[in-house]
Design a protein around this ligand. Structure first.
Ligand SMILES: [Mn+2]
Length: 430
């Protein structure tokens, strides 16, 4: 994610939405016979456009996975499923889940899209409001008190369960994991009926666009919901690829397909959303507190409200734009007033091609006592979450709160600087 001003050039590119709609059956575009038929190979013409072996391999993987997903959906007709997004979902997760829901609808599978945290980025709030995207906040306590017996399965999208508090509740309730669709590096062993994890693809929205394209749900530009979902997928794809700068052939092909259906004006409206004052304040703190060493910019921003959590990646996005900085890490203590819970949240952004955020974060922070990593990443971006457990709360005592922040701040800096520069002491940028 980046500042709006940097978008203007791309926004001016001519993008067409004029596609002659194909005739569709009366029941909202659902062709019952087509559901029974294996995915049609001829419908993926653009996927085979690549002559290289990579293009061909990608094509055969997407065809095979589409077919597997179709079989999985057939086997779960008329069921109810819960789609779990990361606690703070991004456009890639939100749009992909919506696409899953629309595909599943054809098989009479009812899906509820939920996340435990909040939509803290102004663009995400705009995305959900302006497209009517059917995702709902479901805090941990709400899920715990919910009768889960009517759900036959849950699905993880754009995550592998490590970034959601909700997964353990579903596991304990004995609800089976039906599908995992993600593009992050493999986070561990997952027992799922359907698995499509492709770390070489830059966005989950690309994977879902391929599902649509291979015939799991042929998009129709006369159906309003399809246009909105295509717009959401375009936003997800762009935001996970740094406006296509990190996009690979498959992502471009997916974007090309979506360009026939998406609504340019709607996407523009989503991108126009402004930052709140509190987000601006966090960016200011990150600027003041940053230390720059070996082209790394590291900033602790202290305490933040739960709803402002997304200010952290936005601050990292900003710090990485400084001259001579290739990697920025911003972190703070996020306080959830409802649950008296505190967690250290951090974000990494890098423009250095040889730096793997996933490896870097795993190496810097290691694992917790149960062997779970505190975070991970994808190309150019990563994040971590360190629960504060017993040390949570007690912040009415400001001396204690200050001391606690200083300890965490020092510890995180030590761990990061060990990798940034094994010997030297941090140099203050002021
Ligand atoms: Mn993603």
């Amino acid at each position: 994610m980046q500042f709006n001003s940097s978008l203007t050039q791309l926004e001016r590119l001519p993008l067409t939405t004029d596609l002659t709609p194909e005739p569709t059956p009366d029941d909202g575009g659902i062709d019952r016979e087509a559901l029974e038929a294996p995915v049609a190979k001829q419908s993926v013409g653009t996927l085979t456009a690549g002559e290289g072996t990579n293009g061909q391999r990608a094509n055969s993987v997407s065809l095979q996975k589409s077919e597997e997903l179709r079989q999985t959906m057939l086997a779960h007709r008329q069921e109810r499923q819960i789609l779990i997004l990361q606690d703070f979902p991004d456009p890639d997760a939100l749009s992909s889940a919506w696409a899953y829901q629309l595909i599943a609808q054809q098989y009479d599978i009812k899906c509820e899209i939920i996340y435990a945290g909040t939509l803290s980025h102004q663009e995400n709030i705009a995305l959900v409001k302006l497209t009517g995207l059917p995702a709902q906040r479901c805090p941990l306590q709400n899920l715990k008190s919910k009768d889960l017996s009517s759900y036959q399965g849950f699905v993880l999208i754009d995550n592998q369960g490590t970034t959601s508090q909700l997964v353990p509740v579903l596991e304990q309730a004995g609800i089976p994991l039906v599908a995992v669709i993600d593009h992050h590096s493999l986070q561990g062993n997952l027992k799922s009926e359907f698995v499509d994890i492709r770390p070489d693809v830059r966005a989950t929205a690309t994977i879902f666009t391929q599902y649509l394209q291979t015939g799991l749900l042929p998009l129709d530009s006369t159906i309003n919901q399809h246009v909105k979902c295509a717009t959401a997928l375009m936003h997800g794809l762009r935001s996970d690829t740094n406006l296509l700068m990190q996009a690979k052939e498959e992502d471009f092909l997916a974007a090309a397909y979506l360009s026939r259906f998406y609504d340019v004006q709607l996407l523009n409206a989503i991108l126009q959303a402004n930052r709140s004052k509190r987000v601006m304040d966090v960016i200011e703190r990150s600027l003041k507190n940053r230390i720059v060493q070996n082209n790394f910019s590291i900033a602790g921003v202290g305490y933040l409200r739960y709803d402002d959590r997304d200010a952290i990646p936005q601050a990292a996005d900003f710090l990485v734009t400084e001259e001579n900085v290739h990697t920025a890490v911003v972190y703070g203590i996020v306080h959830d007033e409802d649950d008296e819970l505190e967690v250290v949240i951090g974000s990494l952004r890098t423009t250095k091609l040889t730096l793997d955020p996933d490896e870097f974060i795993k190496e810097a922070f290691g694992q917790d006592s149960s062997g779970r990593f505190f975070g991970g990443g994808r190309t150019s971006a990563g994040g971590f979450e360190i629960p504060m457990g017993f040390l949570s709360g007690g912040n009415e005592n400001s001396a204690y709160a200050k001391m606690k922040w200083e300890v965490f701040d020092a510890q995180i800096k030590q761990k990061l600087l060990r990798l940034v520069n094994p010997r030297d002491n941090p140099i203050q940028s002021e």
